[in-house]
Ligand binder design. Structure first.
Ligand SMILES: NC(=O)c1ccc[n+]([C@@H]2O[C@H](COP(=O)([O-])OP(=O)(O)OC[C@H]3O[C@@H](n4cnc5c(N)ncnc54)[C@H](O)[C@@H]3O)[C@@H](O)[C@H]2O)c1
Length: 272
């Protein structure tokens, strides 16, 4: 039997699609013939990604949408269904961390502001839940589809400093399993929900933790991460795309409720 990675003609919604990692996933899926709806709260970033995809011969639309606002997601869903007629793939990519929700020499655990903690928790967890409600409902109508959440190394065991982010990503992993069971038991055996857990890639959300802003040198935390990554380096955004293509395709037809680490071995290493 030939393994089927074919995705041609499928329609995908990618939240946070204007960001560093998910724009790469959007480009990757489009290069496999997927029609891509790039959703982002920053309309200019979504437009840029959709334009790049179109210029390289793919199909994409940009939609301004806030994953924490259900009406905004419902409007986005109408637009996607108008354009593509169905939704086969949802990537819950909107997420991130904030300095104010991170402990540091200047900010102790006891002083972390409630609004910052809530912002990080809501964006990563609630943003994935609301988008799954809105776009998952369209998938349920066709009784088929693949949802991919973005978890993190912080979910397996909490990382120091990033309290709300670690908790939120643990919740994303838990939600991935919960939704895989719920959709299968109640709607269709052909709906799959999985997550990827990227290791460390330098992006805007973590640059301040990995690179010293004053000197431009790697921080102690950055060095430790590399020491604990058997492959001895950070990942590149393109290195997430293969797993995404696989999870969306028939090749992963029995993969459900799984969290796939893409981490150069970080989560395999006990440190000893
Ligand atoms: N960078 C890493 O090393 C790493 C590791 C593990 C997991 N992740 C996760 O991968 C995902 C993408 O991260 P990234 O590093 O590409 O970050 P990024 O900041 O480049 O991308 C996130 C995107 O989400 C958008 N966004 C923010 N709030 C939104 C909202 N309310 N509604 C819609 N869109 C919103 C932003 O505008 C941005 O374009 C996040 O869930 C992040 O937590 C990143």
């Amino acid at each position: 039997m030939k393994v089927n990675f074919d995705l041609k003609g499928k329609a995908a919604v990618i939240t946070g699609g204007g960001g560093i990692l998910c724009s790469e996933m959007a480009r990757g899926l489009a290069s496999w013939g997927v029609q891509v709806a790039v959703l982002d709260i920053r309309e200019d970033s979504a437009l840029k990604v959709a334009k790049e995809i179109e210029q390289s011969g793919g199909e994409a639309i940009a939609i301004k949408a806030d994953v924490l606002n259900k009406n905004s997601l419902l409007e986005a869903r109408s637009r996607v269904l108008e354009e593509y007629g169905k939704i086969d793939i949802l990537i819950n990519g909107a997420g991130g961390n904030r300095k104010e929700a991170t402990t540091s020499e200047e900010q102790s655990f006891f002083d972390l502001p409630e609004d910052a903690l809530q912002w990080v928790f809501n964006l990563n967890f609630l943003g994935s839940v609301l988008a799954s409600q809105v776009f998952g409902e369209a998938m349920v109508e066709n009784k088929t589809g693949s949802i991919i959440n973005i978890s993190s190394m912080a979910a397996f065991r909490p990382l120091t400093k990033t309290i709300a982010y670690s908790a939120a990503k643990a919740a994303v992993t838990n939600f991935t399993q919960w939704l895989a069971v719920h959709l299968g038991q109640n709607y269709s055996k052909n709906l799959r929900v999985n997550a990827i857990a990227p290791g460390f890639l330098i992006t805007e959300q973590n640059r301040y933790l990995l690179i010293d802003e004053r000197t431009g040198e790697e921080t102690e935390r950055g060095r430790r991460i590399k020491d604990h990554t058997p492959m001895g380096r950070y990942g590149e955004p393109q290195e997430l795309v293969g797993a995404v293509i696989w999870l969306c395709s028939e090749a992963a037809s029995f993969v459900n409720g799984a969290v796939i680490p893409i981490d150069g071995g970080f989560s395999a290493y006990s440190g000893v």
